[in-house]
Design a binder for this molecule. Structure first.
Ligand code: MG
Ligand code: ZN
Length: 221
């Protein structure tokens, strides 16, 4: 018999987070609100994609945005300039959003009067992929200047996200990003997930992305 009691903190925290995330998903579904979690490296264009999507879907849905950042509220202020309700979560150093943080963000909104909520996760491709937020749709965003090798370097997020968006197609000719190679790498890890190519700057591809998103929202409510 051993006198050692082993407590696996990481597993306990993950299980607790998953339990809360499942609860949030049920609560959102009951209220008819669809939560979309956006993940990417810093600077890929999460806020820009949210703003474009708000503009494209504004006549159809009542929307709000929850912004996660280590510090500052610049992204929430940008969203608020669109006339959209924005909640800023300052994580104070934490590098991903947990379900508990999302629960606090949701607490600042009246879910009954919302159809679609965007959640902007902290900019990195590692731990946000391992922490369930309670969202019904996980979006991973990469941009042309980052390179087409991201699926090789960060397999977890490319295995688990439901959809991929390649942003900044307007600068395509200045970089060596091979879209077909990227698509093939994604397919190897995640055969079902669609890949959209967009430019949040010019608006190219935003309609296709938003049409697809609309179908997911309708299915999910
Ligand atoms: Mg941002
Ligand atoms: Zn983290």
């Amino acid at each position: 018999m051993s006198d050692v009691t082993l407590i696996n903190i990481k597993e306990e925290i993950l299980a607790e987070n998953k339990g809360l995330a499942d609860k949030l998903r049920r609560r959102l579904k009951e209220r008819g609100a669809f939560l979309v979690n956006l993940m990417s490296s810093p600077g890929s264009g999460k806020t820009s994609l949210i703003v474009r999507s708000l503009q494209e879907l504004g006549s159809r849905y009542r929307m709000a945005v929850i912004e996660g950042d280590v510090d500052s509220a610049v992204d929430a202020e940008r969203v608020a300039r669109e006339g959209i309700r924005a909640v800023q979560i300052k994580t104070g150093g934490s590098c991903h959003l947990s379900a508990a943080m999302v629960e606090k963000g949701l607490g600042a909104l009246s879910l009954d009067s919302l159809d679609l909520l965007f959640l902007e996760n902290i900019g990195n491709l590692i731990c946000p992929a391992g922490s369930d937020t309670g969202a019904s749709l996980d979006v991973a965003l990469v941009s042309i200047p980052e390179g087409d090798d991201k699926p090789l370097k960060y397999p977890l997020i490319f295995r688990t996200a439901h959809v991929f968006v390649v942003n900044k197609t307007d600068v395509r000719e200045h970089f060596d990003f091979d879209v077909e190679a990227f698509r093939a790498r994604v397919r190897r890890l995640n055969p079902e997930a669609p890949v959209f190519e967009v430019s949040c700057k010019t608006g190219e591809g935003i309609d296709l992305w938003c049409n697809w998103l609309r179908e997911r929202v309708e299915e999910g409510r």
